[in-house]
Design a protein around this ligand. Structure first.
Ligand SMILES: [Zn+2]
Length: 283
């Protein structure tokens, strides 16, 4: 039997659980002043009957002083030599370092030319603003996706049109401050974005048919909710997510993210902020 086999983990545990007694010279089989691998080999050879110890060494080899030199003593000496547990209690193996908890992987937020991308997705909300000069119309992909959706809806007898697409920073500035004048800022902030914070400035957002509460629950609104993801859009301000998106429920406002992502987000039941792990409030 190999020494390494003798010093099995199970046996080590046994040795570690044994009460280690220490008397002068115990473990130091060859009396050279040190308990090391040579002593381990000697006691091991004895227990395996390969090379019995001389009688005067017996007291040093009986590590637990039970009157017998056996595998437990080998384990105790081995534990000492390995630095796991000393025979005289002078050192104890440190607790193994706990595996570090994997860092929760947060969203990757990049700002390129003043535009914020979260995990590669352009974001405009209350937390993340666009530069004043950003945007010049609906993107081609957004427009084409809308036309596809419009066609798809028409097969179901649903008529969709763009009520509001791209809005520049200055368009939004005008709108927002008019709302503030009319309803006060606290109210305006629930339904209108401050300039720079409107998704309409991204060129990826469209209000469909009728941007007002009366659209909620309409056949068209139901169709959009059920099918827009098939065309690459998500309902950007879903019902019940007001505290996450920062905006009231808008059944008419869709955001283009591409078919794959739209499907994932819609299936998740999360709003975009939740899906990306970001917030939306004016800092
Ligand atoms: Zn909108």
């Amino acid at each position: 039997m190999k020494l390494s086999a003798v010093i099995s983990a199970a046996a080590l545990t046994l040795a570690l659980s044994a009460v280690s007694a220490f008397a002068d010279g115990i473990g130091d089989i060859n009396s050279d002043g040190d308990i090391n691998v040579t002593d381990l080999m000697m006691i091991s050879a004895h227990v395996k009957s390969e090379k019995p110890l001389q009688e005067e060494c017996f007291a040093f080899a009986d590590a637990n002083e039970d009157g017998d030199i056996n595998v437990t003593d080998v384990m105790m000496v081995a534990a000492h030599v390995k630095g796991l547990r000393s025979l005289d209690g002078s050192f104890v193996a440190p607790e193994p370092e706990p595996e570090p908890e994997p860092e929760p992987t947060g969203p990757v937020i990049e700002v390129i030319d003043g535009v914020t991308y979260v995990d590669g997705i352009l974001i405009a909300n209350k937390s993340y603003a666009l530069p004043q000069n950003y945007g010049n119309g609906l993107t081609t992909e957004t427009l084409n996706a809308f036309y596809d959706m419009q066609r798809g809806a028409s097969y179901d007898g649903i008529s969709l049109w763009i009520c509001s697409g791209f809005r520049s920073y200055w368009d939004q500035n005008y709108l927002y401050w008019n709302y503030v004048k009319r309803d006060g800022q606290a109210a305006a902030d629930t339904y209108s974005a401050r300039p720079g914070h409107s998704e309409h400035q991204t060129g990826l957002a469209i209000d469909i048919n009728n941007a007002s509460r009366s659209f909620n629950g309409s056949r068209e609104a139901q169709w959009i909710a059920a099918h827009c993801a098939e065309y690459g859009f998500i309902l950007r301000y879903p019902q019940g997510k007001e505290d996450k998106t920062g905006f009231m429920y808008e059944s008419w406002h869709v955001r283009y993210v591409g078919k794959e992502l739209a499907g994932k987000i819609t299936d998740s039941g999360l709003c975009l902020e939740e899906y990306l792990g970001i917030d939306s409030y004016y800092h």
